[in-house]
Design a protein around this ligand. Sequence first.
Ligand code: GLA
Length: 394
Amino acid sequence: MQIEPMCHIRRLVHFVFVAGTTLAASLPVAAQQKIALTPPMGWNSWNFFHCKVTDMNIRQQAQAMATNGMKQAGYVYVNVDDCWEGQRDAQGNIQGNERFSDMKALADYVHRLGLKFGVYSTPGPKTCAGFTGSLGYEQQDAAQYARWGVDFLKYDLCSARNMYKGEEFPGVYKKMADALRATGRPIVFSLSHGDNNRIWSWAAGIGANMWRTGGDIQPRFNDISHRILLQQGLERFAGPGHWNDPDMLEVGNGNLTADSNRLHFGMWCLLAAPLLAGTDLTPVSRETLEILTNPEVIAVDQDSAGIQGRSVWQEGPLSVWVKPLADGSKAVGLVNNGESPNRITAWFRDVRVGDSVEVRDLWARRDLGRFQDSFTAEVPTRGMVLVRIKRVAL
Ligand code: GLA
């Protein structure tokens, strides 16, 4: 099944219009897209805590996010990844395990901070870490999430991997998408299906807001630079409400340098990727926080046009990426994956912004002045220069 997302929605909306009230389930697919008109921003437990996460960890991270500037910068979802799931009660309702004894109380705590709460499950019987999955309980789990006040569900392939043929997966995920919408609660639906079955070509059509485009991210430069390249060609599948997801952020994890963290974060923004921080926020270093909260860089990610940036030039380890923005300006990334500093030139004919432009450095938040025909910068080793280029008004 290959559904171009926006066409699919338009068809559904049209059909509802024509058919009157008979298709009550159809219109909410479009409503689902409105939950994530810009790429979701928040924090997820997996990249730092993995399976050791506890209720207390989540509360502390939420508290930190609410007070360290991240909430003001736009981060809102606090998501528990795998390893919270316990058994089902006598009625079949999923419960948290001994480290998550009261999921409703945890959701309430997060909400009281003015934030939103997310959980994780799988369409298979077991999650990737071997905990209880949603197979056969999709509606009951969605209803339970809604009772708890869940705002975000990450739904991960895991044990469903070998249960279905490729063409069956849209239907498998649609079951949960429909169940979530049936609760009437706006819940962001995030799929984790790797790069299987060209998921980007059908995920929005079944009601997903974002979908992973590859395997698990690692806090290593080569992993990050490689997955950036894998986003090329997927631009047309992303847009307001539905996003390609190169995976959660590793900014602040491992041994990434500040320049590489800037490249990682800046490229996620150029790619209009969801921004789910994955580092320990209790406390977080000033350097990591400055990267995660730079308002002008985040504005590139959250731009209302929702266009995923693309590479317009590449030579060896050097490349230039462009993301058109709603006001007609362009965010331009000069990316150096090399082992030494390099000069990179962005030609305005490639950027398509006119010959005479104004350039602003988004990391430094500084105007660099007027430029004719091209802009050249010295780009640090495994780093990136990110600018906003605006045609000079005549
Ligand atoms: C998979 C996902 C990860 C994480 C783990 C949890 O590997 O891709 O992001 O959710 O499962 O077990």
